[in-house]
Write a protein that binds this ligand. Structure first.
Ligand SMILES: N[C@@H](CCC(=O)N[C@@H](CS)C(=O)NCC(=O)O)C(=O)O
Length: 234
């Protein structure tokens, strides 16, 4: 059985980490059985990040390496029909969400004050003093450093909003009126797209990103379609 090490469900989603939710969604889409040990620990993660999987002794870290591993080992029912141009477009859209939009999401959860109040409670609310006073500001400082290192954190709030809005518009236009990102058939890009869009639209945080995503009804309809198909509306 594949073991998926990820954060516990939070913010009303299967996972508040879009990367974890991507892998869980991919496993469901590919029809692979898995379990999620409850003792997943960031400190034990091979690359210091979640998700990672253990599959018959093989430890694979990073959501994209995990997807590659699963495709190699169990076959590729989701993407094998795609042509080169579709694969290229899918990769570009995936990279946009994972390597760019993600950092704006991170900013609105960890740095912007409204998001931080929610994040602090959701991720650290269970801690007892003195840990609940010490750990959250340290974690926030570390995210601030990462945002600065990536570059997104060097922009003003309005600039970050402008960058993220372009990504959300691009995703909405890419989807258009298709049921799934690449047409009538779901592909692995949908694991990424659903994870990121649900993490914007369905979290209880009224961010400018969410407001912008809400102006494209096809995005909410898409997320609802994915949830119903792969999570049975849980
Ligand atoms: N490229 C990685 C990114 C994973 C990632 O950034 N995970 C975040 C949660 S969304 C994490 O574990 N952060 C903890 C930390 O950086 O300390 C992947 O695709 O899996």
């Amino acid at each position: 059985m594949i073991r998926l090490y990820q954060f516990q469900p939070a913010l009303g989603l299967p996972n508040a980490s879009p990367f974890c939710m991507k892998v869980e969604t991919f496993l469901r889409m590919a029809g692979l059985s898995y379990e999620c040990p409850r003792d997943a620990d960031l400190r034990k993660a091979p690359k210091g990040k979640l998700p990672y999987i253990v599959d018959e002794g093989a430890v694979v870290s990073d959501s994209s390496f995990i997807v590659d591993h699963l495709k190699r080992k169990y076959g590729d029912p989701l993407d094998s029909h795609l042509g080169a141009a579709e694969r290229a477009a899918a990769l570009a859209c995936q990279r946009m969400l994972e390597e760019n939009t993600y950092w704006a999401v991170l900013y609105f959860r960890w740095i912007d004050e409204a998001g931080w109040a929610l994040t602090r409670e959701a991720f650290f609310g269970w801690m007892k003093p003195p840990l609940k006073w010490i750990v959250p500001p340290l974690a926030r400082r570390s995210v601030r450093r990462e945002l600065h290192g990536h570059g997104m954190g060097r922009h003003a709030r309005d600039e970050i909003v402008a960058i993220a809005k372009k990504d959300i518009t691009a995703a909405a236009d890419f989807l258009g009126d298709k049921p799934f990102f690449l047409g009538a058939r779901p592909s692995s890009l949908d694991a990424t797209a659903y994870a990121f869009l649900a993490n914007i639209l369905w979290v209880p945080l009224e961010s400018p990103l969410k407001a912008h995503a809400q102006t494209y009804p096809q995005l909410a309809a898409y997320c609802a379609r994915m949830r119903e198909k792969y999570y049975g509306n849980q």
